[in-house]
Design a protein around this ligand. Structure first.
Ligand code: DC
Length: 221
């Protein structure tokens, strides 16, 4: 049997995870949030107090890291060295650490291998930065989501507030988004790029429901 992959790439806050979850639930396939894996690496760097930009220190850290992904009732859980860190990885501060360590090649190699292994023998939708360009260049469907930075910051702030994080301002979130946009698109190793065969969708002023329908109509075509 042939299995297929759906790749949804784009910058933070462009609506990837909500859309990927929607696609997975409509099609009854597995959703893999790859950003969560880089976040777990970033969290480990914070916990072990290493410099997230120091490739040597991060490389050493990666020799002794265990990341597992499980799914319970459609929700992805991320385990770092045996501990469920699914909530912790969403905290402000982990985003920037994740972006920092994700620029280091050994981190990317380990995470890409893990993503391919988890996807083996399944139909999957993955969201991230390099899914269509690197993880699954032969994915059956590729989407590239974009949205204005201010709108993305507004969404991220709302998300954080819903999680009970109230000590972050719009300006903080926007600064974090701009930092990550720059770093994720300019790094040497698998930067965020729109590949030629990806369908670009601007989610700035369309609702998630509208975007999901647009995505599904491409898939069903
Ligand atoms: O999607 P996210 O915001 O949870 O991702 C956190 C960071 O991880 C992001 O700033 C860049 C990195 N990342 C990546 O380099 N490649 C991926 N496929 C997914 C995320």
């Amino acid at each position: 049997m042939e299995y297929y992959q759906i790749a949804i790439d784009g910058p933070s806050g462009s609506g990837k995870s909500t859309l990927a979850k929607g696609v997975a639930s409509r099609l009854g396939i597995l959703y893999l949030d790859t950003g969560a894996m880089y976040r777990a690496c970033g969290l480990k760097a914070i916990k072990t107090k290493i410099d997230t930009k120091d490739a040597d220190q991060v490389e050493k850290m990666m020799q002794d890291i265990k990341i597992d992904i499980t799914h319970e009732n459609g929700e992805q859980h991320v385990w770092l060295d045996g501990e469920d860190v699914s909530k912790e990885i969403r905290m402000p501060g982990v985003s920037v650490a994740a972006s920092d360590v994700s620029a280091i090649p050994c981190v990317r190699e380990a995470m890409v291998n893990l993503q391919r292994k988890i996807s083996e023998g399944k139909n999957v939708v993955l969201d991230g930065r390099d899914i269509g360009s690197k993880v699954f260049p032969n994915a059956k469907y590729k989407f590239f989501l974009v949205a204005d930075a201010e709108e993305r910051a507004r969404r991220r702030l709302l998300e954080l507030q819903e999680k009970g994080v109230t000590d972050t301002s719009f300006e903080d979130v926007l600064k974090d988004i701009k930092y990550r946009d720059h770093q994720d698109t300019t790094r040497a190793s698998s930067p965020l790029v729109k590949v030629e065969d990806a369908i670009e969708i601007d989610t700035t002023s369309i609702s998630i429901e509208g975007t999901l329908d647009a995505l599904l109509s491409h898939i069903q075509e």
